[in-house]
Design a protein around this ligand. Sequence first.
Ligand SMILES: [Ca+2]
Ligand SMILES: [Ca+2]
Length: 259
Amino acid sequence: MRKAAGILFLILPGLLAKSAFCQENGAAGSGQAPAVTAIEPAAVTPGFSGLLKIRGFKLADATAITFTGGEEVKAEIRERGVAEAVAGFELKEAGESRLEVQVSVSADTVPGRRAFVITTPAGEVRECHLEILPAEAAVAEKEPNDGFPEAQSVRPGQTVWGGIGKEKDVDVYRLEGGGKGKIILEILGARVPSLLDAGLLLSDSSGALMAMEDDGPDTRDPKITIPPGQKGPLFLSVYDVNDHGGPWHGYQLIIREEQ
Ligand SMILES: [Ca+2]
Ligand SMILES: [Ca+2]
């Protein structure tokens, strides 16, 4: 949702119970209970070993992060503390604290969503997920991709994971048209969660606008459907509707064809 200048999210103190859920940021943002507002990267693949950065409320004293479902994902807190300011956000929206977690995903794990729980002295954060994408379908966003000439080619069946890395950044993707089925382009950003409030623009090869979406019915993540047989190439632009960007603005772009 595009914000009117100076108008912040409606915040209702005391609305959240002591145990908060991991959810779209803004909904989590009372600061009364521990909560997660952003996870970076927005997805990983089997065999991933590296840092998962988590931002939110009351995470600076977290004592543990535990993935459910056995030994396939190992996680250990490496750093915790105060989170840096984010341009365009107040800390009561973006979260004042952060965690850095060393995560190792076994190479033979079955892709899918893995739930994790963060334990803090102020309560638990539940229902957070790390998305493990199948390696053959996962595509990392590649900069520069800010215009049609540099657009990154993608196709149905793929999921791109990337981020709006700076203010006014735009990520442009190129699709060949002509599918037998409709092609659905869906952002998973705010729902990762991430600070991104994504917008999508779909243009034809002449640059003419075909579709524009900001939010879904109950999410800030947009979705566009391309009718069957649409002539290509088509260009999809992903951006933040408030022109924000930075290291906490990750997303997945899911591209699928349906008959
Ligand atoms: Ca870009
Ligand atoms: Ca949006």
